[in-house]
Design a protein around this ligand. Structure first.
Ligand code: GLA
Length: 374
């Protein structure tokens, strides 16, 4: 990283480097913007951002993966316009730092990542957090989480919630993070040592900015409005119960709310199963989550369903589900360690022969939050 930075910016000082991990969500999908519970894990897959002051008032950001960059003068940052590509996350952070009074100087940045994009492993939050930490060293992590989310919602235009930024900024190695998206209280959940986790990328790319995610947010709001018309004490779908689903609302809104209500319960039940080291129950809950996302929330796709089916048919697999926003991306699988080799040697092949798509598996070793690299 350092030598590539020196080649790209020969007149710059030696840069500070920040690593920001991707994340996989074990359970609790589409619950964050409904102020419920999520259980993400930070990954070893990460984005690194190197930054050093430039001698002018330009911010230059170069992506080694995409072999292209963007640049903007600090004076122009407030009037910057989104371009609907990766630069929105980067420029959005610079803009948000500026708007919040961080005193920025010109900087040269280099970004490099091994998190697959559009795979539901939160490459965008890793980019945001990496750039924010590189430009505002020493800033409070809670403030950065909020700032990164604001950049994503306001500048990149994705109406998402806080899970990804929190997972990136607060995860602990070896643990998942139970996050209450209403109070933002989080608890590290130590995962059973004999549990192995694999992520398998379906090779189908999801476009999170796509209208479907936005539509789900609106459909949940519609369900909430219907419930609040009769039960004004219900502040979010997190407070709703299955009884509320008997109220007058569209069938779509009812199914979306049913997913959210049952998914919140599954998160808490999974945490209990983790604490009892009950892999069978953990797996059952993960698979039930997938079914709910498929049937009630309509965010899965044929390839993800096929991948889950193939995974579940393997001996030693306790459960599997799609993870992230959906419409493609990855599944996450809970299995016995002695089943991993057999899984890796057979599942991608079977998936390819059934769908024509290439599956890429990753080991999921719960890693630590974003940090500066000494
Ligand atoms: C995306 C968003 C998250 C969350 C998930 C679905 O990853 O960035 O905030 O809503 O979808 O659980």
């Amino acid at each position: 990283m350092r030598s590539r930075f020196a080649k790209l910016y020969p007149r710059s000082d030696s840069p500070r480097i920040v690593r920001a991990p991707g994340r996989v969500n074990l359970i609790g999908e589409h619950t964050d913007y409904n102020l419920g519970f999520v259980l993400p894990v930070a990954l070893e897959l990460e984005t690194q951002v190197a930054a050093a002051p430039s001698n002018d008032d330009w911010i230059r950001i170069y992506s080694a993966n995409l072999a292209c960059g963007t640049q903007i003068r600090l004076d122009d940052i407030v009037s910057a316009q989104p371009r609907s590509d990766w630069t929105d996350y980067a420029i959005g952070i610079v803009r948000e730092l500026h708007l919040r009074g961080y005193r920025l100087r010109g900087q040269n940045l280099l970004v490099e990542s091994n998190i697959p994009q559009g795979a539901g492993l939160s490459s965008s939050a890793a980019l945001e957090v990496g750039i924010a930490m590189a430009l505002a060293p020493g800033a409070d992590a809670g403030a950065l989480a909020e700032l990164c989310l604001a950049a994503e919602v306001d500048f990149a235009g994705v109406p998402c919630a806080i899970m990804d930024q929190f997972a990136c900024l607060f995860s602990e190695a070896g643990s998942a993070m139970l996050l209450d998206c209403q109070s933002l209280v989080r608890r590290a959940i130590c995962l059973p040592e004999h549990a192995s986790w694999l992520i398998v990328n379906s090779g189908v790319r999801h476009a999170l900015g796509a209208s479907a995610y936005r539509r789900r947010v609106e459909e949940c709001a519609e369900a909430l409005r219907a419930i609040r018309a009769v039960a004004p004490g219900v502040g979010s779908l997190r407070d709703a119960t299955l009884d509320h689903l008997k109220l007058e609302m569209s069938d779509t809104a009812r199914r979306r709310a049913r997913h959210v209500i049952t998914e919140d319960a599954r998160v808490l039940a999974l945490v209990e199963a983790v604490e009892n080291a009950d892999l069978t129950q953990m797996g059952t809950l993960m698979t039930a989550s997938h079914k709910s996302l498929t049937v009630d929330y309509d965010v899965s796709c044929a390839e993800l369903d096929t991948l889950v089916d193939i995974a579940l048919a393997r001996e030693g697999v306790h459960g599997a589900r799609m993870t992230g926003g959906g419409f493609g991306g990855c599944i996450v699988v809970l299995l016995n360690e002695n089943a991993v080799a057999g899984f890796l040697s057979s599942v991608p092949q079977e998936y390819e022969s059934r769908t024509g798509q290439k599956a890429t598996p990753y080991r999921c070793n719960p890693s630590a939050a974003a940090s500066a690299i000494p």
